[in-house]
Design a binder for this molecule. Structure first.
Ligand code: NAP
Length: 303
């Protein structure tokens, strides 16, 4: 099974990056793209995010071997319904959504006869829209595939080969396990960042000007995450509710333990935890998942 024609639905950060990456690393693959926003379609055509920008989702998928839905998580089911009649029977349907079990359920309900292989490239920035994408977004980043048991192995292999060609490292796991892992590595950190930034902006005794002025003390690193797209993150929390709530419970208990250690002047407990977390940071850098430089090397990608 070889993928020769890819349709991308949703031409924002992820869809645009996918289109640009395909153009750069798989130039023989023919791409079509569609976005519901006419202004995004216009900009996508200008930037060449896909070979052909279509006026409808059906038009974009009509000859595809692979469709990748790059829309907000809450819109996946509606897009699947929209393309159902036009989609070739043998086409593989995939997505890039940040949660997996509920997306798989929504897509399969609309496309029960098709091969559906959910995917999540664990790569992104806090930017969104058709100007945000860049071809190297997936380089050296993990892409998690969550194929259901009954999907043909050749289809999984074809999708794996494609993501590897774009520079990603592919891992396969169940949708449920993905949702639990991402709840702790991505969704909970976003929830914490949204909370801290919200709390700081609501304080009465510290002015907003002071919060911004002295942000280098740590706060500004949270603001980067808390600037992420509101639509995307609303949908992520609602679609991965159970795993997020489970991790939030564990987190609340750990926070209570820390509160107790501070109240009791238990320096050993604090030191032990902070030493453990430092080792995790070192592990992330050693695995090439972040950069040791103070700006995390981001200026290389984002200007
Ligand atoms: P984005 O930049 O906002 O792009 C999404 C695009 O989809 C927008 O242009 C949006 O148009 C369009 N769209 C919405 N509903 C549509 C529909 N029914 N049909 C066609 N187009 C539609 O968002 P993104 O960051 O690329 O996120 C897309 C997906 O990637 C999400 O599922 C997210 O969970 C996942 N993801 C994101 C990241 C990240 O860091 N951002 C990382 C990994 C995975 P409008 O703006 O007009 O709504």
């Amino acid at each position: 099974m070889t993928i020769k024609r890819v349709a991308i639905v949703g031409l924002g950060l992820l869809g645009g990056s996918l289109g640009l990456a395909l153009k750069e690393y798989c130039p023989d693959i023919v791409t079509t793209g569609y976005d519901s926003d006419p202004e995004t379609r216009r900009r996508a055509a200008e930037r060449g995010l896909a070979g052909t920008i279509c006026e409808s989702a059906s038009g974009a998928v009509a000859e595809a071997d692979l469709v990748v839905m790059c829309v907000p998580v809450g819109a996946m089911g509606a897009v699947a319904t929209e393309i159902a009649d036009a989609l070739p029977r043998q086409a593989i349907v995939s997505d890039v959504g940040s949660s997996k079990a509920s997306i798989h359920a929504a897509i399969s309900a609309a496309l029960p006869e098709h091969i559906v292989i959910p995917a999540h490239p664990v790569a992104g920035t806090e930017q969104s829209g058709p100007d945000a994408g860049f071809a190297s977004l997936f380089q050296h980043r993990w892409c998690i595939l969550t194929p259901p048991d009954d999907v043909p192995e050749e289809a999984v292999a074809a999708l794996r080969t494609l993501w590897e060609a774009l520079g990603a490292e592919v891992e396969i796991m169940s949708a449920e396990h993905h949702d639990l892992v991402l709840a702790v590595t991505s969704h909970l950190p976003h929830l914490i960042a949204y909370t801290i930034v919200g709390t700081a902006s609501d304080l009465e005794d510290v002015t907003r000007g002071e919060v911004i002025k002295y942000s280098a003390g740590g706060f500004r690193d949270f603001t980067r995450i808390a600037a992420s797209d509101p639509t995307m993150w609303r949908d992520v929390f609602l679609s991965n509710k159970d795993a997020v709530l489970e991790m939030l419970q564990v987190f609340s208990e750990d926070l209570t333990r820390l509160q107790r250690a501070i109240r009791r002047d238990d320096g050993d407990a604090l030191f032990e935890l902070f030493s453990k977390t430092r080792a995790i940071r070192r592990g992330i850098i050693e695995m090439g998942q972040d950069d040791a430089r103070p700006d995390f090397g981001r200026s290389d990608h984002e200007g």
